[in-house]
Structures are given as C-alpha cells and as structure tokens.
Design a protein around this ligand. Sequence first.
Ligand code: FEO
Length: 400
Amino acid sequence: MNLRKIIGKDIYWIGVNDRKTQRFENYLPLPYGVTYNSYLIDDEKVCLIDTVEVGSISEFLKKIKYVIGERKIDYLIVNHVEPDHSGAMQEVMEKFPEIKIIGNIMTLKMIKAFYPDFDENKFQCVKEGEELNLGTHKLIFATIPMVHWPESMVTYDKTEKILFSNDAFGGFGTLNGGLFDDEVEFNDFKDEMRRYYANIIGKYGMQVNKAMTKLSALEIKYICPSHGLLWKDKIDTVIKLYSDWANFIPEEKGVVIAYGTMYGNTEKMAEIIAKELFQCGVKNVKIYDVSKTDSSIIIGEIWKYQGLILGSCAHNNAVYPKMLPLIEKLNNYGLKNRYLGIFGNMMWSGGGVKALECFAGETKGIEKIGGSVEAKGAPSEEIINKLKALAKEMADKILV
Ligand code: FEO
C-alpha cells in the first residue's frame, strides 16, 4: 500500500496520487497528475490532517484502516475546505461518528456552503494560536486568508516542528516513489510547482506575503503541504521562491513570446523577434502558440521570466479568441514587474494589437517597451526592421 511513516514514530503520509483527473478545478490540465496529501498522526488521540478529493476516497479509507486498524479517529483538521482536501470528509465522519472536525469560524461557513447537511455539533472551532494536545504532539493553528481561500489555515506541530501548510508550498505533479525534496530531482518538480502557484495563488501575492511574515516566527524542520513534494532540505529555497513569486520577481533573464495566429503571418513575426533576441544574447526565449498551449502553462512561464512579448492577429475587429483568456487572466492576477512588447497583424480591420495595448494600459506594474508593431498580412521589410528593433529594446532591458 502506498503510504509511509514520514516523521518520528507516528506521523504518516496517507495521500493519494491522481493520474486520472484531466483538469484541476475542471480547467487546469494535469499532464503530470496531482497529489492530495493527507497526514495521519497516530498519537494518544488520532488526528487526520486534511483528506482527499472525492474520486480517491476508497483508497484513502483503506490507508487509514491499514494504519490504525480498529482504533477511532478523534480529530479531522480541515485546513482548507476546497473539495480537493475536504472531499472525503463526510465519508470519514460516517466511519468515525465520534470524530471532531477542527477549523476556524470561516471554515464552518465554507463547510456549510459545500455540505449543507453537515452536523454543526461535530465542529470544534479553533482560534488563532490555539493549541490542540494529542498526547505527544501539540498542534497550533494559524490562519492564512486567501492562500488560497478565505478560511485557509495551517497547522503547526510544535513537537516535531512541522508546518502542515495545505495549498501553500504545494505543486502539481504526482509523487512517484520519493516524497521528500531530498529523495527526488527537485528541478523535475519546479515548473509544475510554479505553474500551480501562478494559476492558483498568483493573484494573492499580498496575502502570501502576510502569511510568510506570520509564519516566519516559527522554527520549521519540515513543511508538509497538501499537494506535491514534502520539504525538509530545501525549506529556505522554497520560502525564497514563494517570496519571489508573491512579489513578481522573475527567476531568470528570458523572454516569453505568446502569439495567436490563423494563417501564420503573426507566427512569422514571433520567429523574427525570437531570432533577434537570440542574436542580442538572450538565451532563454520561449515561444508559445496560444491555440496549442494551455494558458496556465504560458502563465507559469511568464512568472519565471522578466520579458513578455504578446502578438495577436485581428479577429472580428478584436483580439484573437485564444489570446483573450491569457490577457484576461494576467490582468486578473495583477501581473507586475515585467517588460512587455506588442506585435500583431491588422489585415483590413485591426483589433488584436489594440486589445493588447488596452491590456498593457490596464495592467499596472508592467512596462510597455517600444512601439507596437502591426503588419498587414505578411511582414514587410519595414515591419521586419521594427520587429528587430523591438527585440533589441527588450534584450537591452533584460540583459542589464
Ligand atoms: Fe488544494 Fe485550494 O485547494
């Protein structure tokens, strides 16, 4: 059975790998799957920390039984009500009718919204900093609002110095044998961790900063999130990454070019820009066709690099349809601290470049560079020169 005693003599990872679900939150693709991490502390009082998504209940209940046999569970801590973590709560309550569900005042509101039949008598509300004594383990609670929902909180095990961080410090991707950061190649997980951050929590950088400040007072030996790798060797690394991501600080010098094209002329323009960036010394140039690559993957890359160049053909006097969700999301997430270049194709009407310019104007914190370059069909010699000038200006900005 895929479970493991992870820390000390009585703390188990009883999470599940989900390689079947196509899309997280029903819209984000999962090419490498996702985990729902749950933890069981087999102390004098038995305590479960979060559960799993509804499709994994059967496997999850078998793991609980394997660890505790006929004993009962005393507490289920609901760090976060989103159903990828609370999906098995009702089944756990049925199996263990004496269980207490632990959460904060917002947790109860959210549980009642998702599970209207929830019996409030089973709920034990904890306050900020309140302690729960399991016997050997002493747990305390801290809220981290909007990381990822209003009721989100973390549980800190004072005894073993473990932060059960829920969505914070989590990532996409299943755990394929190793659980801890020192048991696997971290770089294999990093892109999916960044994509998770950018698309799930990216909008809430200010709240992430507040949470990090609050948690900085704790001595932390292990971070056990509810998705992806568990952290012990690279705690400083992931805290630094989180801080940078929350503050929109790019990790590397490089440029993402994302374009929407119908018949290839806007793509040709992207290629001209990319070649010129390379000739100017930019080594990391990533080109994405927005019709082919999911916007969540492009957004993850935009979080990584400082330069962004967007290109759109015109479609019904407007931006290319597959470009629209990308710029809407970037605007919604409040993208900052990026240089932006714009190009596109107007044909007879225009609309694509204009929409990108609106995006640039509305998204405070990004700096538009150069003039927008707009072709009429195949790029002319004059347009090619303008594209090269745009690329050179971008290279000058990011290679300082
Ligand atoms: Fe992993 Fe916000 O749920």
